[in-house]
Design a protein around this ligand. Structure first.
Ligand SMILES: *Cc1c(COP(=O)(O)O)cnc(C)c1O
Length: 368
């Protein structure tokens, strides 16, 4: 069996460090926020090259807080991509604003800068690109369009810890960067977790207050508030794992390169690393094929786990039916969603396992 993701390998390798760190949090009784979370915030801000990091309970919360801190609410519009996990659009909807989609680039699968301006109206209050599958969106033109229209950019970097775009880190290019530490992400907690990064002092201050009931001093609730705090144990575990992130990322990148070599010449589209993406971190290894169901079944029959990210673009999901989109509105996103199949991808995957997967893909595509 070749798993899609193996979280046990990481745990086994770090157990001797993690268990005493978790015990330390228990002994301190700093179960929520506390020293470990504060230290993680400093270390993660440093890693991303931002002035501030505000640790929260999920990636979705980090997106919600970034939008709230920018004052986005009912009647406002936020331009984003339909080719993403539903949480990107959900966070916009939480504020009462409307997600407005623009199609993606057919090579990078990220928000196509050439299609953004047509979607901007007087109600637009932000642009929210997603660094999908671990590859940064084409940020330079996106930032230029945002500046021209006086709009802030919020980066959904939930799949892109440590990714770079023309030398700049994911989460450091827009007004705010939003990260998830869901266990399956490149930097995963042992439970839920998330963080907001920013250089903006007042945005950081507002997000910090809003994650803890909008308090400025105990019981002095001065703004909308939420219970979005990070647990102490997650802070302690993330500090340990952050030190390994670059080594794990290099392993993912080598695995991706090995896949690309092994799949060359087959009737499928392997992910392209774009010229602006000088560090793709391969959260997912997405393959595009004509008959995704047949390939998925053939791999499963050989005990090679596989996934789909994502079968339905957000504009066609039942939850967003009321926005009035229909099939054909975003043909590039729809075509990717129809053909995408994700192959096993994690740092500890071996070259032999990748060779086995590539052989199975080749045989399935040739109908053997
Ligand atoms: C995982 C993810 C989120 C949400 O993060 P959670 O921690 O699960 O709330 C948001 N956007 C994208 C692109 C994601 O992959």
């Amino acid at each position: 069996m070749i798993p899609f993701l193996d979280l046990r390998a990481q745990y086994e390798a770090l157990k001797d460090e993690i268990l005493p760190a978790v015990a330390g949090v228990f002994e301190s009784t700093q179960f929520i926020l506390g020293r470990e979370v504060a230290a993680f915030e400093e270390e993660f801000a440093d890693y991303c090259g931002t002035k501030h990091c505000v640790a929260v309970n999920t990636g979705t919360s980090s997106l919600h807080l970034a939008l709230m801190a920018l004052g986005i609410g009912p009647g406002d519009e936020v331009v984003t991509t339909p080719m993403t996990f539903v949480a990107t659009a959900a966070a916009i909807a939480y504020t009462g604003a409307t997600p407005v989609f623009a199609d993606v680039d057919p090579r990078s699968y990220t928000l196509d800068p050439a299609l953004i301006e047509a979607r901007i109206t007087p109600a637009t209050k932000a642009i929210l690109p997603v660094h999908l599958y671990g590859q940064c969106a084409d940020m330079e033109p996106i930032l230029a369009i945002a500046e021209k229209h006086g709009l802030p950019v919020i980066e959904d970097a939930c799949q892109a810890h440590g990714a770079r775009c023309n030398g700049r880190r994911a989460g450091s290019m827009g007004r705010a960067g939003c990260f998830s530490f869901y266990p399956g992400k490149n930097l995963g907690a042992f439970g839920e977790g998330g963080a907001l990064t920013t250089d903006d002092d007042s945005l950081a201050e507002a997000a910090r207050a809003m994650r803890d009931w909008g308090q400025k001093g105990k019981y002095n609730h001065v703004m909308p508030g939420f219970n979005y705090r990070m647990d102490g144990v997650q802070g302690a575990i993330l500090r340990i794992k952050l030190r390994r992130l670059d080594a794990w990322t290099e392993a993912r990148r080598e695995n991706a390169a090995h896949y690309v070599r092994g799949l060359a010449g087959l009737d499928c589209t392997a992910p392209q690393t774009m010229p602006w993406a000088d560090r793709h971190v391969f959260h997912v290894f997405p393959l595009l094929v004509a008959d995704r169901a047949a390939l998925g079944a053939a791999l499963s029959a050989r005990e090679i786990q596989n996934g789909i990210h994502y079968p339905t673009p957000v504009h066609l999901l039942g939850a967003y039916e009321h926005l009035g989109y229909k099939r054909g509105d975003f043909p590039v996103a729809e075509s990717i969603a129809d053909r995408e199949l994700s192959l096993p991808m994690f740092a500890e995957l071996t070259q032999e396992q990748i060779d086995t997967v590539c052989r199975a893909v080749g045989e399935a595509l040739e109908g053997k």
